[in-house]
Every structure is written in C-alpha cells, then in structure tokens.
Design a protein around this ligand. Structure first.
Ligand SMILES: CC(C)(COP(=O)(O)OP(=O)(O)OC[C@H]1O[C@@H](n2cnc3c(N)ncnc32)[C@H](O)[C@@H]1OP(=O)(O)O)[C@@H](O)C(=O)NCCC(=O)NCCS
Length: 178
C-alpha cells in the first residue's frame, strides 16, 4: 500500500463528507459540526485552530485527521476528528494519521493530547484504537451525550520517553510544521 499523508485541499471536501457518512458512527449533528470545521480550514488554511491532514492510499483519499491547540493552554492539543473509510479500516491508516499529528504536535512543543469519544458499544473499536495507540482513559463524564452515553476523555502525555520512542521509530522528527 502506497500511503501518503498531505494537507487537505478544497477538492477533498466531498470525499471527506462521504467518509464521515460511511463510517456509520457519527450522528447527523456531529457530521454537521465536522463539516463546519472542514469549511473553516478551506476558507482559511492558514488559521491554526483546526489543522487538517488527509491520508491517500494509492491515490485514493482514505481518511483524515483534524486537530488543534487549545488556546487557553501552554501545550494541550485536541484531536477533534479522525475518520478512516470503512473500505480502508484496519490497515494501519488511522494509526499513521494519529502518529503524524502527534509528531506535528511535538514539533510545536505540545505536551498533552486530548481526544474524546463515547462509551457506547458502537465506539468500542474506537476506544480500542486509542488504547492501542497508548492513550489513557483519564476521565469519564457520566451521561454526557445522553442518558447511558458517557464521554470518555483519553489523553496522551508527550513525555521525553514518548518523544524519544517516536524519534527512533520515525527517523528524524519533522521540522516543517503545519
Ligand atoms: C478509529 C479509526 C480512525 C481507526 O482507524 P484504522 O485505520 O481502522 O486503525 P488502524 O488500522 O490504524 O489500527 C490501529 C490499531 O488500533 C486497534 N484497532 C483498530 N480498529 C480496531 C478494532 N475494530 N477493534 C480492535 N482494535 C482495533 C488495533 O490494535 C490496531 O493495532 P494493530 O496495528 O496492532 O492492529 C477508524 O476505525 C474509524 O474511522 N472509525 C470510525 C470513526 C471514529 O470512530 N472516529 C473517532 C471518533 S472519536
């Protein structure tokens, strides 16, 4: 598989929306918010609040990640969205997108990455994904989304050990930042 991670372009919009719908996990209102973020980036790719990268497998857009710094903090970043088309799930693409964003965040001196998800059964693979990528379920907000649907807040601290590990596993840390 020839995997390329690149910045998002306006032409990706339609495909990304299709991927969001195809995953079958996001509700309509969540997809609407995801599209809002896509449009913020398309309108102004230089803003730093919502940074997007797209994964292309053999020239086909397979997934994307959106992250940004929490502006009230010194080094906390949120992963706002990550989605891989079901046609490409389980092939390592989500992991590569996440690691790519982590390296970018480290190059910006980020210290902590936060990602939120739901406690429901349909998000079990997503929770396993974050755990596999060394995120820790740091907090649970009971019934946050609705009764019986908690918010699970995962975090990863970019400690010196983590940074060293990522430098070794990915060669030189990238100097170019989004
Ligand atoms: C979560 C998601 C981004 C993962 O992307 P992916 O490309 O399928 O994940 P990868 O193939 O890179 O998997 C990385 C690791 O996560 C774990 N993982 C991924 N999917 C899993 C599943 N269904 N069950 C258990 N573990 C899983 C595996 O341990 C895997 O490690 P491995 O390389 O040892 O197999 C993707 O499944 C997706 O888009 N899901 C729907 C949208 C979503 O939930 N987004 C997050 C919103 S909070």
């Amino acid at each position: 598989m020839n995997l390329k991670i690149r910045t998002m372009e306006k032409a990706d919009r339609k495909k990304l929306i299709e991927i969001l719908r195809k995953t079958c996990v996001f509700r309509k209102n969540e997809i609407a918010v995801a599209i809002e973020l896509i449009d913020i980036y398309i309108k102004n790719p230089k803003q730093k609040d919502y940074i997007f990268f797209v994964a292309e497998s053999n020239g086909v857009v397979a997934g994307y990640i959106c992250y940004g710094q929490d502006n009230c903090t010194q080094g906390a970043y949120n992963i706002y969205w990550i989605a891989v088309s079901p046609d490409f799930q389980g092939m390592g693409i989500g992991g590569k997108l996440l690691e790519f964003a982590e390296r970018k965040i480290m190059s910006r001196k980020g210290e902590i990455i936060v990602v939120e998800t739901s406690s429901t059964k349909k998000y079990e693979p997503t929770r396993k994904f974050y755990l596999a990528k060394k995120y820790r379920a740091e907090a649970i907000l009971k019934d946050f989304y609705k009764n019986g649907d908690d918010k699970v807040i995962f975090i990863k601290r970019l400690s010196k050990n983590n940074k060293k590990f990522m430098e070794n596993s990915n060669g030189k840390m990238e100097k170019n930042v989004a």
